[in-house]
Design a protein around this ligand. Structure first.
Ligand code: BLA
Length: 519
């Protein structure tokens, strides 16, 4: 996608999982092989306090020589205990002489040849002693009890935002929900007023590009303690070929983040951020997004607690949404049964569909409906004129005679619909005969909405010299959305499909009966 002369695809192409560097609030060491014979193959240039030898000499050395004696025993016994998982797990908390307390974490990634590389990360813990698990646990229990007592989605979201803020102490915690186009809206917020409120604001999909969303689906946690940081490069032992791709840091807790995003944070005047993914049925539903006006780190234990809150939130939301969907489907199925019973009694059968107008409308939560069958046209409720409906059916048939068609913005696809006085911004249509252009159509009215964006979504990027730079202003930008209806739900689309099959079954049976009579 291009906006003006700026190429947004460039954002999606950045290999953010292989930045070749880490953030400076820790050190990273990579070992080939995961047993006691493992050798150090890469290290961050700030890793000296974790090493038993100067960095250049340590590269290529076996683990027990390369590592500082303070940690080598813990790491060796961890490796001896079994395979290292592919997601970071805690190894130990250790005091490194001259460098303070660190949380040791380890995980494995495959190298280019598919061999395991163990990534050992040492994350600074200074000042975060109270973040260790025994402090987190009572707070967690309270959070889980509160979430358990709530049912309405808005209450669940607010509660999660409050509990994450209580656990972490961030100035502002937002819950950010993606829509079908990957734009996001802030649906809950808890803050202390130090940072502006973004409640209800919408942000364009390009603020979190595709590959970042995919990474956040796989790895649910990330932390940027100080957006003003200078990245710390990784160095490899000399035998690593120069053209080899940088280490895959998809699951690393210290991964250096995209410079575009760091600039975005500076533009937003947030010095630090943490975000945790909310997944629903395996797909990215949203993020818990936390900000602080000054640098701030959060320990692994607290991040894990926030991740648990986000997961419980998603389980609860999924349960509420699944129950609503199931109830909605049952209601639609009983309307469908009545429509079919009415058709069984009617002559011609198709007239049965419009005998009880309320049923036909409620079947798709529509304000108007039309049945066009073998050139007969019957209108129900608030619809465009018969002539307009016939024009629409001709247009539909010319679209390759779709079996089912749905849109929540018909005028964008069929410009003539702009003259329908807002009566058909939404269209759901099913084809009910293979012989004639015969359709059942449901209409939804235009709902004019004002969307408040966090900055002008038409200008997600500025050109800053040669480099791409995210927008500098997050001033509310109002957009009036016209020619749009409420979208059709999955339940409505699916039961419309079922009705279509049932009506086609009747049409075929009638045709067979006629054929038998004329024999
Ligand atoms: C990442 N963008 C992100 C992240 C968030 C946002 C939350 C995850 C990293 C984090 O936790 O900080 C966006 N932050 C927001 C939004 C709000 C917020 C919407 O607070 C609203 C309240 N960003 C751009 C443009 C590009 C871009 C134009 O604005 C592309 C050139 C890129 N954003 C971008 C990239 C990442 C990102 C590449 C991934 C950063 C990483 O993990 O390395």
């Amino acid at each position: 996608m291009t906006v003006g002369d700026l190429d947004l695809d460039a954002c999606s192409r950045e290999p953010i999982h292989r930045p070749g560097s880490i953030q400076p609030h820790g050190m990273l060491l990579a070992f080939s092989g995961s047993d006691a014979g493992a050798t150090l193959i890469q290290a961050s240039t700030n890793a000296a306090p974790a090493l038993g030898l100067p960095l250049e000499q340590a590269l290529g050395q076996p683990l027990e020589r390369a590592l500082h004696p303070q940690i080598s025993t813990a790491v060796r016994s961890f490796l001896a205990a079994g395979p290292v998982p592919s997601r970071p797990v805690p190894v130990a908390v250790t005091e490194l002489p001259g460098a303070g307390r660190h949380q040791l974490l380890a995980h494995t990634v495959p190298d280019a040849a598919g061999n395991g590389v163990v990534i050992l990360e040492l994350e600074r813990l200074d000042g975060m002693e109270t973040d260790l698990l025994d402090h987190v646990y009572p707070r967690m229990r309270e959070a889980l009890e509160r979430l358990d007592a709530l049912n309405a989605p808005a209450d669940l979201l607010n509660c999660a935002a409050q509990e994450v803020r209580a656990l972490t102490g961030f100035d502002r915690v937002l819950i950010y929900r993606f829509d079908a186009d990957w734009h996001g809206t802030v649906v809950a917020e808890d803050g202390n007023g130090r940072l502006p409120s973004y409640m209800d604001l919408r942000f364009p999909a390009s603020d979190i590009p595709t590959q970042a969303r995919e990474l956040y689906r796989l790895n649910r946690q990330r932390l940027i303690p100080d957006a003003g940081y200078a990245p710390v490069p990784l160095v490899a032992m000399p035998s690593v070929p120069a053209g080899a791709p940088p280490l895959d840091l998809s699951f690393s807790v210290l991964r250096s983040v995209s410079p575009v995003h760091v600039q975005y944070m500076r533009n937003m005047e947030t010095a630090s951020s943490m975000s945790v993914s909310i997944l629903l049925h395996g797909a990215l539903w949203g993020l818990v997004s936390c900000h602080h006006h000054e640098p701030k780190a959060v320990s692994y234990a607290v991040r894990s607690a926030c991740d648990l809150i986000a997961q419980i939130l998603s389980v609860r939301i999924a349960a509420v949404e699944d129950r609503r969907d199931a109830e909605h489907r049952i209601a639609l199925q009983s309307i469908q049964a009545r429509l079919l019973a009415a058709m069984a009694q009617a002559d011609p059968f198709i007239a049965g569909l419009t005998e009880h107008p309320d049923d036909l409308l409620r079947f798709a939560n529509a304000s108007g409906a039309a049945v066009v069958f073998e050139r007969r046209c019957t209108l129900v409720g608030d619809t465009p004129t018969e002539e307009q409906v016939r024009g629409l059916v001709d247009w539909l048939a010319a679209q390759g005679e779709p079996e089912q068609f749905e849109t929540d913005s018909l005028p964008a696809l069929y410009p003539a619909a702009a003259d329908f006085e807002g009566k058909a911004a939404g269209l759901l249509a099913i084809a009910v005969s293979k012989l004639h252009a015969s359709y059942v159509l449901w209409f939804r009215p235009e709902v004019v909405r004002t969307v408040r964006w966090g900055g002008d979504p038409r200008k997600p990027l500025d050109r800053d010299g040669q480099a791409l730079s995210p927008r500098a202003s997050f001033e509310t930008w109002k957009e009036t959305v016209r020619h749009r209806a409420l979208p059709w739900t999955a339940a409505e689309r699916d039961t419309a499909t079922a009705l279509r099959h049932a009506v086609i079954g009747i049409v075929l049976r009638k045709a067979e009966e006629l054929a038998a009579l004329s024999r």
